[in-house]
Design a protein around this ligand. Structure first.
Ligand code: SAH
Length: 548
């Protein structure tokens, strides 16, 4: 009878995570060959097979023994943890066979049975850290020179791959993981999420999520896989998640940030996707059919561009300064979002400003007219500073959006009633764009008519008889919207700015995430000596129809 070799990956170690084919192959065999611990892990599946147990470092003799037994006509199961083709026995078996001049169809039959590798099993326990381009690197220099390993670590770090480190540390090999961390820190932020999983789906399983900076403070050993996130990986509720694309978003005054998961899922987050399709009858074809002159960028063109950048990089032109996190090579276009307006008091746009805005937004970006005296702009760029300085040079006011404080002023009757303008400008200088728990609008109106609705904002300021009236906690949206509570009349001008600044700072420091200002005021009950008053609940009569 012709012998057979089944090279079996049995997955992380639990029966539930083993394939049916792996179970069957073990049970169909006469001989099981494997490292002691692995034989113990599959013991429950054995039904009388001869077991050849070997120690960890006897891989070559194990492979030779397996081939010998198969050639003698036995059905041999060679077992590996994870996948046998990932730092496992499959390659070694083929090497022994090649050495012997084995040919498919002539010698013993060989079947490699796939299993769940540690990169997959540990990732599933951490959340979804792989998701995008990733690689595995074994830090064992038992069979590979260390210079080559660390070169690969460096290349992977630079290329922003998610990296699964196998064999990260053993009793004698302790230096490798330290050196690896040092190289990774040259290219990635110290805050990069790192997952450390020991004995996935086995007894004594242990899962830790930490950062690149602190990873060495945790237990890392022979049974551990370490997953290093890429520049977009986030930690959410104890889970490590890498967004599927490289899309990022930035607004002014904040670092480039990955899109939050819910933002990525919105269609308007990718308004330019149209130009990126290259299928023959995908959207790009429609694009062409519409007679648009500019060609969509093809993957080929992007690849050429990347190659040019890589060439420049390797010839030293774009080499990053040491310690810089921006490798030059991987500078990404990102979504830039901001609000633009003609000014705080200025409500008129010039034709030149509008034309410039139209040019900058172009075909791919979007402009959205909002209820807040602003146009919200979203576009894609790799140079946000160039975009915003062109707009500000044209006299436009560019402001961050999101959970920030914003001044909403009236037009001061075309500057006929401009006495309070310096206070408004000072408030804008101190508070405009300040990060707060939830978007905060500060209405500022230059006379008692308050025709721009200052009293309906989160904070309202009305200039009247050379002094200021203050309104706090307007509920600006919802069916039960209501104006702010009038808390003070006749605030002396020299006290106004400090008072409002202290109120906003308290909100910034003590508000809960996403807590609107009116809720915050109701919760803390008092701000700068102004007490919150609960409104009476309205009685709503049921309207009776047809009653005469
Ligand atoms: N063939 C195996 C890898 C063998 S190399 C596979 O595909 O998974 C041994 C390394 O694999 C260990 O040092 C560890 O980094 C990783 N590993 C294997 N099983 C693991 C498990 N259950 N939990 C965590 N890491 C594991």
């Amino acid at each position: 009878m012709k012998g057979k070799l089944s090279v079996i990956g049995f997955g992380p170690g639990s029966y539930e995570h083993m394939t049916q084919r792996a179970r069957d192959a073990i049970q169909e065999s006469d001989v099981v060959i494997g490292y002691n611990t692995y034989v113990d892990l599959v013991r429950g599946l054995l039904n009388g097979q001869q077991v050849v147990r070997t120690g960890m470092t006897e891989e070559v003799s194990r492979a030779q023994e397996a081939v010998r037994q198969a050639e003698a006509g036995h059905r041999v199961a060679v077992i590996s943890s994870g996948d046998a083709g990932v730092y496992g026995m499959a390659g070694l078996i083929y090497e022994v066979l090649m050495e012997k001049g084995w040919r498919r169809g002539q010698g013993v039959d060989v079947e490699v049975i796939p299993g769940i590798s540690a990169i997959n099993s540990t990732a599933s326990l951490l959340g979804a850290p792989i998701m995008h381009d990733a690689c595995t690197i074994s830090l064992s220099d038992h069979l590979t020179p260390w210079e080559l390993i660390i070169k690969r670590v460096e290349a992977a770090a630079q290329a922003d791959f998610v990296i699964a480190l196998y064999n990260p540390r053993s009793g004698r090999r302790t230096r490798q993981i330290v050196e690896t961390q040092r190289v990774l820190l040259k290219y990635r932020s110290p805050q990069t999420p790192v997952g450390i999983v020991k004995s996935a789906y086995r007894e004594r399983e242990d899962i830790v999520i930490t950062t690149l900076e602190e990873m060495l403070e945790h237990d890392i050993g022979m049974l551990t896989t370490v997953i290093i996130g890429n520049s977009t990986t986030v930690v959410y509720d104890g889970l490590m998640v890498t967004p599927r694309g490289y899309q990022r978003k930035y607004t002014l005054g904040s670092e480039v940030q990955p899109l939050k998961p819910h933002q990525r899922l919105q269609k308007e987050a990718e308004p330019w996707a149209l130009g990126e399709q290259t299928e023959p009858d995908g959207p790009a074809a429609e694009y062409k059919a519409e007679g648009k002159s500019e060609k969509p960028v093809s993957a080929y063109e992007l690849a050429l561009e990347a190659l040019q950048l890589a060439d420049a990089h390797s010839s030293g032109l774009a080499r990053p300064e040491s310690g810089s996190l921006d490798t030059g090579l991987f500078r990404q276009e990102a979504i830039l979002e901001f609000a633009v307006s003609p000014g705080l008091a200025e409500k008129r746009l010039t034709a030149a400003q509008l034309a410039l805005l139209a040019e900058i937004v172009g075909e791919d970006g979007t402009m959205e007219y909002t209820p807040h005296h602003q146009m919200l702009v979203r576009l894609r760029t790799s140079d946000p500073d160039a975009v915003t300085s062109r707009l500000t040079d044209a006299g436009l006011l560019v402001a961050p959006i999101g959970d920030v404080a914003q001044l909403k002023a009236c037009d001061f009757c075309n500057m006929d009633k401009a006495d309070s303008v310096p206070y408004m400008e000072e408030l804008h200088r101190r508070l405009g764009g300040m990060r707060v728990p939830k978007e905060l609008k500060i209405g500022f109106n230059g006379c008692g008519m308050a025709c721009y609705g200052a009293v309906k904002e989160d904070i309202g300021i009305v200039y009247r008889r050379e002094k200021f009236d203050l309104f706090l906690g307007g509920k600006t949206v919802g069916r039960n919207a209501r104006p702010g509570q009038p808390v003070a009349e006749g605030i002396e001008p020299e006290r106004l700015v400090e008072t409002v600044e202290r109120i906003v700072s308290r909100y910034a420091n003590e508000g809960y995430p996403n807590e609107r200002f009116h809720k915050f005021f109701g919760r803390v009950k008092e701000l700068e000596g102004y007490r919150h008053q609960d409104l009476p609940v309205f009685q709503i009569e049921n309207a009776v129809c047809g009653d005469s």
